[in-house]
Ligand binder design. Sequence first.
Ligand code: ADP
Length: 319
Amino acid sequence: MQTIGVLTSGGDAPGMNAAIRAVVRMGIYRGLKVVGIRKGYSGLLAGDFVDMDLGSVADIIHRGGTILQTARCEAFKTEEGQRHAVEKLTARGIEGVVVIGGDGSFRGAVELAKRGIATVGVPGTIDNDIAGTDTTIGFDTAVNTVIEAVDKIRDTATSHERTFLVEVMGRRAGDIALSAGLACGAETILIPEEEYSIDEIVERLERSFKRGKRHSILVVAEGVGSAMAIADKIRERIGWEMRVTVLGHIQRGGSPTAADRVLASRMGAMAVELLLQGHSAKMVGIQNRRLVAIDMEDAVARPHRPDLGLFDLARILAI
Ligand code: ADP
């Protein structure tokens, strides 16, 4: 293998730049030519390629977002699109591609692999919703962003004796809500993986009110439903004021944490090694602090399960 490509696809995540840097630098260190593919699969179809050198990834390890930019691309989902993508890669002499993204991006990478382009996936998504890896690049940063915001909200909640419901990202996975909720001492955490009952939430709020607590923080993953509607239902029952904060896209940005930079550097470098060893349709994962190469098709087929032990622990500690 002489030339590899690297792209970022799907939703951006802090640490993607650190992963690009690792792919480029490890690739060059191993004597490869590295081509950056801009804007994910849409840039691939458009032939939006840029030769990468050591300097192209200087000064990016600490930056959020992705210098290669990212996109979603419907045309790539079709057979014709995938054939066209292979033609573009072959014309440029690209034999292997590192795909940094989420499970949708990996489904695309599996298709490329079936058509003879070696692909390795690096999980980059704040949601942590990929099976086969304990954590994904960007998750730790997003959790820390939520913690910083909720700590500030708690100051007001305490001063004004108010109950706040904070909606965090996680359409399909409750991982951000779980980790951030536990770390913030949230009184209640709602995640898509667990049923909730308004009765129980109200009971918990009333119980803590009785022991003199006049403020509470509830953390809700967006996949549970509309935070406003949930707040309305609780408000109707408890009869006291309740504020809703939707954190939104601030959770996707920002400088990556140390954990994300280290993870991205390790995973990006490993992806290059896997391509050089002749692997394809593999995803780099981390399990019990060790990097692993797992079957990409298997990873996207399996459902991700969050650590529900955190859910139980948070409930006990917020008694
Ligand atoms: P993420 O990678 O963050 O999960 P998406 O699900 O939006 O984000 O996927 C990113 C891109 O990957 C899509 O816009 C599309 O180009 C490609 N993709 C997603 N699913 C498939 C699929 N089943 N087959 C081929 N390409 C896919």
